[in-house]
Design a protein around this ligand. Structure first.
Ligand code: SAM
Length: 288
């Protein structure tokens, strides 16, 4: 039976290679070495990544691996690895799998016992957080918010009590709307930092209260041009921590004086919690 080390030697390695998010000098020496030595480069967009390879003077066999073909392509990539070919996975910018394709491939490769190794480098969310001046001991990356307005508002509403710093990716054509929705959902005073065009010539940080930053972006003609990382300071108090009892007490006091529906509406205004949930809870309390 083959030992683990001979299996490692026989099969190829899948390298997950981070590429720049704007500034080509951010491509690491190790990333360049890896791109040079691999047999195949699997890219989200082969035309886009070929330009990077040309910039490095490399001509490589490439294959496309994107959101729409990742499941079908995975088996053929894994077969190549099992035949001993080494493969670099790259995305259009930054670290593959971070709001980019590659998860299915990496998961399947690991399930087959293949070697997967990261070649770390640029990642927009880490670059943004590192320079934003917001707490980084805990953060919650939410990727892109839903495109539909209702779903986006609901997603933000569900996050308003999160105590960790929140990080989102956003495209320029939705940034004004998202900025306004963040101010509405989290309150105009919540601290936010928006990082735009990071590592590029027109890198800009917009920082301050959510309402102010939203206004600032509205009058900035450059705001709708460029890529954004949106960061929101976490809530200063989690409602779950010690507030549940207060909510019950509040409902008890209110329902003693008011009809349940009205009590639930007032409690919702005071706590920011869901009116329906408070109505249900008020009914339960009254029944006890
Ligand atoms: N995998 C990438 C990474 O590691 O950051 C992210 C890919 S995701 C499809 C693209 C989003 O990342 C953009 O819409 C934007 O929100 C963010 N992004 C990428 N490059 C950026 C940059 N230079 N400045 C600000 N945001 C950037």
């Amino acid at each position: 039976m083959a030992s683990d080390s001979s299996r490692v030697r026989q099969t190829g390695v899948l390298y997950i290679v981070a590429t720049p998010i704007g500034n080509l000098d951010d491509l690491s020496a190790r990333a360049i070495e890896t791109l040079k030595k691999v047999d195949v480069v699997a890219a989200e967009d082969t035309r886009h990544s070929r330009r990077l390879l040309q910039h490095l003077g490399l001509q490589k066999t490439m294959l496309a691996l994107h959101d729409h073909n990742e499941r079908e392509r995975t088996d053929s990539v894994l077969d190549l690895l099992e035949k001993g070919r080494s493969i670099a996975l790259v995305s259009d910018a930054g670290t593959p799998l971070i709001s980019d394709p590659g998860y299915v491939l990496v998961r399947e490769a690991r399930l087959r016992g293949l070697v997967v190794t990261p070649i770390p480098g640029a990642c927009a969310l880490i670059a943004a957080l590192s320079a934003a001046g917001l707490p980084t001991d805990r953060f919650r990356f939410e990727g892109f918010l839903p495109a539909k307005r209702g779903a986006r508002r609901a997603a933000l509403e569900a996050l308003k009590h999160e105590v960790a710093t929140l990080v989102f990716y956003e495209s320029p054509h939705r940034i004004l709307e998202t900025a306004a929705e963040i101010a509405a959902a989290f309150g105009a005073e919540r601290e936010v930092v928006f990082g735009r065009e990071l590592t590029k010539a027109f890198e800009t940080f917009y920082a301050g209260a959510a309402g102010e930053v939203s206004g600032q972006l509205t009058v900035d003609p450059f705001a709708v041009k460029g890529e954004f990382v949106v960061m929101v300071h976490g809530a200063t108090q989690a409602p779950e921590e010690g507030v549940n009892l207060d909510v019950d007490l509040l409902l008890r006091l209110l329902t003693a004086e008011l009809p349940v529906k009205k009590a639930a509406r007032m409690a919702a205004e005071l706590t920011g919690l869901s009116k329906n949930a408070l109505y249900q809870r008020a009914l339960e309390i009254k029944e006890v």
